[in-house]
Ligand binder design. Structure first.
Ligand code: GDP
Ligand code: MG
Length: 518
């Protein structure tokens, strides 16, 4: 514990919560632009799960960029615990919805005060007053209703009300008298983690107290390492991170779980001792079991016929999950396992971060499970093996669709399917900096075709790092509608610049297919 005289003011840590589609992501994006140091230092471009802005007044605010859907509620619960203030986003045209209520409960149980951001007030059917009245039912009394909770009307789209919102955050932070001792060994919480092929395990941590330094020995969950490098949200190397600052940490020996605590220790021996113990306790918990049937439909058909439960009794639907970041893998695992009913238990035999390899497919074969791929792709060998052995790989980029699909199949419902049609891949050969257009990728279409107006994803090491649209598709100097396999072309993304040589661009189309009983 720290003595009062060592405590110094620190920035507030703010989490944005609310119902899906009410504008959390848009608001976080808009708030990024309230930062005044972006001009000279380069904008906040890296997605590291959190970022800090500096206001015109010099005050700083740290925003946790936790994902929005209900599937993430467990992470959000943790987010709320690392959080001083919760911004509750409620769309003025939609009002209080189930996840709004959930968010209120998280905030309350974490003891974090709420600021209501009534969003989308630009819409013609916006009814901000209704939102405030509805909130009364959930014990959130805004100031206009005689309560204590501040509420601000904003439009993330039109970027209105943002100054008032940040000023409200600062005012509340001042009342909360947030302090920490910067002069001690650091501790804090892991926000996000991933395995980066070039950089190894990368964890984004939020420093709670103390100062995290390059060279420190850190234990995070069951992982440890000497901090090789610290990166801020601008992609810049930094030597230290103060309380309430988010940074990417390089140098750990594996990817810790989001929500894990991290702490700086004084020796490698101590770090090993702690992590060895944690790894041992973790390993005792799980292990895959073998059984046949490798597509989702097959597996469920088998379950309907009478099941194949290993130890009699309960039927089991198993999955192998690969995802882009630890947080999504965890959220998917929990959501899938929550789908368990009295008759069928859903179990994830392996949940891991990274692209799908041959060994993942091997495991799926031996365990008799389909593979669920969230924002990751299979490499060539893995695809071939899966094809040969009839292992189904289901690709998703939206957790809600994934859960819905599995749920519908589990319950035997036949809802229309949102099917993605793969159009093609293009390899980025070279990246050009065009002063007006920004970064343009010189590509060769390596498979299928690319088409203007279709969806595109940017893949790095088989992991999806961006999804969006093309702002340009060119052959030589001309805009063209389509480019086929083997041809070269120039492509640029709308509002996205982080493209690199060696990345792949995936092109796809979405259609709704009515499913029928056979
Ligand atoms: P999230 O699911 O809460 O992260 O919501 P998003 O930020 O993805 O926004 C959902 C949709 O609402 C998107 O189509 C946004 O463009 C739109 N949206 C977000 N904020 C506003 C706003 O202030 N006004 C209007 N008109 N639309 C908005
Ligand atoms: Mg969102």
């Amino acid at each position: 514990d720290d003595h009062d005289e060592h405590l110094e003011p620190r920035p507030p840590v703010v989490t944005v919560m609310g119902h899906v589609d009410h504008g959390k992501t848009s608001l976080l994006d808009a708030l990024r632009q309230t930062d005044v140091v972006s001009g000279e230092a380069g904008g906040i471009t890296q997605h590291i799960g959190a970022y800090q802005v500096q206001l015109k007044t010099g005050e700083k605010i740290t925003f946790l960029d936790t994902p929005g859907h209900a599937a993430f509620s467990s992470m959000r619960a943790r987010g709320a615990n690392a959080t001083d203030i919760v911004i509750l986003v409620v769309a003025a045209d939609d009002g209080v919805m189930p996840q709004t209520i959930e968010a209120i409960q998280h905030a309350k149980s974490a003891g974090a005060p709420i600021i209501v951001a009534v969003n989308k007030v630009d819409k013609h059917d916006a009814k901000p007053e209704n939102v405030l009245t509805q909130l009364l039912q959930y014990d959130v009394q805004v100031e206009a209703m005689g309560g204590q909770t501040p509420a601000v009307n904003v439009s993330a789209l039109k970027k209105t009300g943002l100054d008032e919102l940040t000023a409200t955050i600062s005012a509340l932070a001042e009342i909360l008298e947030l302090k920490a001792n910067p002069d001690r060994d650091a501790d804090g919480v892991v926000i996000e983690s991933k395995l980066d092929k070039g950089r190894g395990p990368v964890a984004t941590v939020l420093v709670r107290r103390g100062t995290l330094k390059r060279g420190d020995i850190v234990v995070a969950g069951a992982q440890w390492g000497r901090v090789k490098a610290l990166n801020n949200e601008r992609g810049q190397l930094v030597d230290t991170a103060l309380p309430a600052t988010p940074v990417e940490v390089l140098g750990l020996d594996g990817a810790p779980d989001p929500g894990d605590q991290f702490v700086v220790v004084d020796s490698e021996a101590r770090a090993r001792e702690i992590t060895d113990y944690r790894v041992r306790t973790k390993r005792n918990k799980s292990g895959p079991t073998a059984r046949p049937g490798t597509s989702l439909d097959q597996m469920l058909a088998r379950l309907k016929e009478g099941g194949t439960a290993a130890g009699g009794g309960l039927k089991e639907a198993t999955f192998l999950v690969k995802g882009d970041v630890q947080g999504s893998v965890e959220a998917i695992t929990q959501s899938l396992e929550k789908l368990s009913t009295d008759e069928v238990r859903a179990r994830v035999v392996l949940g891991a971060v990274g692209g799908i390899s041959e060994s993942d497919v091997q495991l799926a074969i031996s365990a008799g499970t389909p593979i669920i791929a969230f924002n990751v792709r299979a490499n060539k060998q893995a695809r071939d093996l899966a094809e040969r052995e009839g292992v189904e790989i289901r690709y998703y980029s939206i957790i809600y669709n994934l859960i819905d699909d599995v749920k519908n199949t589990l319950s035997g419902m036949l809802a229309p399917e949102r099917r993605e049609t793969f159009l093609g891949y293009a390899e980025i050969l070279q990246v050009f900096n065009i002063s007006k257009a920004g970064k343009v990728a010189g590509c060769r279409v390596s498979e299928g075709l690319v088409r203007r107006g279709s969806g595109v994803r940017l893949l790095r090491d088989n992991v999806v790092i961006h999804e969006g649209t093309l702002s340009t598709l060119k052959r030589f100097k001309d805009e063209v509608p389509e480019v086929k396999q083997g041809m070269e072309c120039g492509m640029a993304f709308t509002n996205y610049q982080d493209i690199r040589e060696g990345d792949q661009i995936e092109c796809f189309q979405v259609e709704l297919i009515e499913r029928r009983l056979e």
